[in-house]
Ligand binder design. Structure first.
Ligand code: AMP
Length: 118
């Protein structure tokens, strides 16, 4: 998808602070970090959601999980702990409709979610 931001980052058309790359994935720092360590892990190929990716390419979904762990090791947060999040759809606040894992850590993280605004 030529108009997809993360497809373009994955293809190297838009710069990003890459921390790790494999043939099928790319890991780069979030432009608006929510923790001292905030890295996004994407498949280079376009899929809207983690479940959508897993349905057609189970290995591709597993690759994302493996790379998230490698990022945590590389960033020195594997022992202190970290959080992996994947937003899907409007209620989650997903901004970029290309599957990605947020890897967050480097400090004590807050509650899993903010109380809902009803
Ligand atoms: P989500 O809300 O789960 O779709 O997350 C999208 C994330 O992408 C947000 O945390 C943004 O800060 C991040 N983001 C948007 N544009 C860029 C960019 N050009 N480089 C790195 N991260 C980005």
């Amino acid at each position: 998808m030529s108009d997809c931001l993360f497809c373009r980052i994955g293809a190297g058309e838009i710069p990003a602070e890459v921390v790790l790359e494999t043939e099928t994935t790319l890991a780069f720092r979030d432009i608006t970090p929510h923790a001292r360590v905030h890295v996004l892990v994407i498949p280079r190929e376009h899929h809207d959601s983690l479940a959508g990716l897993a349905e057609v390419d189970a290995q591709g979904a597993a690759d994302l999980a493996v790379v998230a762990g490698q990022v945590a090791q590389q960033e020195g947060i594997a022992e202190s702990g970290y959080r992996v999040i994947s937003n899907v759809g409007p209620d989650s606040g997903q901004e970029v409709p290309h599957v990605h894992l947020h890897v967050l850590g480097g400090e004590r993280l807050g509650p899993l979610v903010q109380p809902a605004q009803r």
